[in-house]
Write a protein that binds this ligand. Sequence first.
Ligand code: NAD
Length: 357
Amino acid sequence: MNFNIAVIPGDGIGPEIVEQTKYVLEKVGDVYGHKFQFTEVLAGGCAIDKMGEALPAETLEVCKKSDAVLLGAVGGYKWDNLPGNQRPEQALLGLRKGLGLYANLRPAILFDDLKDACPLKPEIIGDGLDICVVRELTGGIYFGEKGFKETELGKAAYDVEIYSEGEVERIARRAFEIARKRNKKVTSVDKANILESSRLWRSVVEKVAKEYPDVSLNHMYVDNASMQLVRNPKQFDVIVTSNMFGDILSDEASMITGSIGMLPSASLGEDNIGLYEPVHGSAPDIAGQDKANPIATILSAAMMLRYTFDLEEEADAVENAVKKVLSQNYRTEDIMSEGMILVGGKKMGELIREQIS
Ligand code: NAD
């Protein structure tokens, strides 16, 4: 099969980690008989320097016409003093909006061989963790009405949490579809004991659940969910939640894995268009030194294979290759520990490619 991928290397370590990921996809193509056509485009600080804006129109056009987008990272010291609306990170907001990406998937996977990086006790994590937080990305309190008003106690500010049935329905459906490809369990997180918007959220999720009788559903209040994530994280498979709750819980879940260089993400819209990127930033402190861990980006590409291209076996092959290389004790500096073999980002990419056959 042929797939068109828009590639945004971005700034800092972005080009290094994206290069290794392209090589991995090419290897997948060779082994499984697919053709990945890459179109490289500018966004972020490098786009500001060359074209005067973080997200040039032609970049968005190429992304819209592609089957998926692979992004490294954007930003860096050089652009830190620009006003907020002219900063490299604006490219990310523009891409989310322009591509209609309403579902953010953040898997938190703790690999057996990296268990030492987890801040939780060994008896809590057992043989490892694999949780996927599905966060609604374009609605809720971040996009609701906001403003100021005068009150008896002085000036007040407000932000409105608002969700429509349609918004909840599409994110819930997405969560159930993802659970079907995993362990078939969805936990919907809300604050339905207090918030009207959460009560609507809960009723819509329950309605959607009827279409997925093979997937189990439970509800949890957000305060309890944040406790359960550190008390008994193994109970979770897919967590679906609102924009703000997801913002907080996805960071909490990923901390359990202990290493930022290992965390992939996907943002999905209608028709399966997806933006795939590591959770970490452009790490300007290590850029150009071959120290960047490419695994988060490579695992993001595995998500692309699974969720946009529906290539389950190929996605498994990439994830298993990563596991294998870790089990052979190879580590980049960010995940290095005593007795392990230190390698650079290029070597790590090469080792992972070798395992795909
Ligand atoms: P960061 O994630 O770039 O770096 C935090 C720390 O983690 C640094 O010490 C870095 O060296 C290390 N690190 C990150 N990724 C790594 C990797 N793959 N391998 C090894 N070590 C890694 O966060 P920051 O320092 O707060 O931000 C740096 C720049 O990135 C800023 O300009 C910020 O705005 C931008 N940023 C971009 C994105 C994005 O593009 N999605 C996300 C977050 C931050």
